[in-house]
Design a protein around this ligand. Sequence first.
Ligand SMILES: Cc1cc2nc3c(=O)[nH]c(=O)nc-3n(C[C@H](O)[C@H](O)[C@H](O)COP(=O)(O)O)c2cc1C
Length: 197
Amino acid sequence: MISAIYDRRSIRKFLNKPISREDLTEILESGIKAPSSKNRQPWKFIVVQGAEKEEMLKVFRRGIAREEKGNALLPQSRQHIPAAKYTVDIMEEASAAVFVVNTLGKDILSEMTPEEHIYEICNIQSISAAIQNMLLTAAEKGIGSLWICDIYFAYAEISEWLNSEGQLIAAIAFGYPDEFPKARPRKELEDVVVWRG
Ligand SMILES: Cc1cc2nc3c(=O)[nH]c(=O)nc-3n(C[C@H](O)[C@H](O)[C@H](O)COP(=O)(O)O)c2cc1C
């Protein structure tokens, strides 16, 4: 497990080689083993492959085009649109895309009381733990992954296409790696840790 933590990389080039249903199932199983706030398990995973993935990519690209034209959910993030387009190209190469939904999530445009906000934060922490479990299980199996939040550039379009209860949180691309990137830099431990007592 520790070697998976150290060796995992975000993979952005994939081989044209399918992942077996058995391996994908094991990866998803590891997701649902994650801890969750009050054991609410507020997650749902939508596995998209083959022709469905082609449809999804069209929807994703349509959303980015809308974002570019000006009716933007992320007007301050226009400089990241080229990277979002690149992310869609990466998903095209991947064997599977898994969309992760917060089944208890509130619409991102809705107002929240502080208590609702905290509930949301706890649920998203739980879902993030599930995502990380899946990335590590994939790494352990020699399967590459990319955690994707560029989906927010096509949030309405992808959400409508998924047609699932709850709120879309992230996507993950899985595939056999066609690159072995060096570790990306990390902040020094002493810069991010405070020891007290
Ligand atoms: C919440 C989250 C969202 C991310 N979204 C994207 C994305 O949309 N596209 C992308 O190429 N990488 C995305 N990444 C990958 C990060 O760029 C990557 O984890 C970071 O640069 C560190 O590199 P490493 O994962 O290889 O250690 C995301 C990572 C996280 C945790």
